[in-house]
Design a protein around this ligand. Structure first.
Ligand code: SAM
Length: 223
């Protein structure tokens, strides 16, 4: 039902084979692939559908809390897998229903991810709702846990106030370092992050601004 969330007790309990059957188990002698990119609050899945065929060797996952929206993305992926007319045939793309504010470490082991996306997250404009935002100091510690050193966190929003919030909290966190946007101009992944999602397209149609901030996961400080 809508009220029950399914999540593994720990990452090794997660059945990834059912999500990426073409990659499980690994072929003889090769290392088992794992999910490396997570699109948090993926909505209708535009990002992973765009990046899947561009990066067919990377397993990527959309995470979405709404049941019907998750199902829509799952159907979209299943349909594209049947067509199989693009590199990778979308076998490297999947979606899961999850509350990313609660369960990231249930799904991913420490340092498993190399990219994490927060694209046009719900703004929670009202002051008293700000603690419900998906980027907070407490949650950044969890995102840092699942991101490997050198991994990148992408944030994009059309809400300036939310941008300033995510930017300030991430810059203040000792495990994240701001990446000047100039360094990212040629990054095709950032291009997709800004333009490929349904919300990003809507903002474009309406002529809205987009605010971008990317952060690198720093190495853990020496104990
Ligand atoms: N990223 C997509 C895009 O750019 O089109 C969707 C943006 S939409 C404004 C925000 C999405 O985040 C919604 O689909 C919402 O259901 C989802 N969401 C909100 N809180 C979430 C949470 N705690 N865990 C997972 N998804 C969440």
């Amino acid at each position: 039902t809508d009220h029950e969330l399914d999540y593994p007790a720990s990452p090794d309990q997660m059945d990834w084979a059912s999500h990426y059957p073409a990659y499980f188990p690994a072929k003889d002698g090769t290392e088992q692939k794992q999910v490396e990119w997570a699109d948090v609050g993926c909505g209708f899945g535009g990002l992973i559908m765009a990046l899947g065929p561009q990066f067919p060797d990377t397993l990527m996952l959309g995470m979405e809390i709404r049941v019907s929206v998750t199902q829509y993305v799952a159907d979209r992926i299943a349909h594209q897998r049947q067509l199989a007319d693009k590199p990778g045939g979308y076998q490297n793309v999947s979606v899961i229903r999850a509350n990313s504010m609660k369960h990231m470490p249930n799904f991913f082991a420490k340092g498993q991810l190399s990219k994490i996306f927060f694209l046009f997250p719900d703004p929670h404009f009202k002051l008293r709702k700000q603690k419900a935002r998906i980027v907070t100091t407490a949650l950044l510690a969890e995102y840092a846990y699942v991101l490997r050193p050198g991994g990148i966190m992408y944030t994009v929003t059309d809400v300036k106030d939310l941008h300033e919030w995510m930017d300030a909290h991430s810059r203040a966190h000792k495990l994240f370092e701001y990446i000047p946007t100039e360094e990212m101009v040629d990054d095709p992944i950032l291009l997709a992050a800004r333009t490929a999602t349904e919300e990003g397209r809507k903002v474009e149609r309406n002529g809205g601004d987009k605010w971008v901030a990317c952060f690198r996961r720093l190495p853990d400080p020496e104990a």
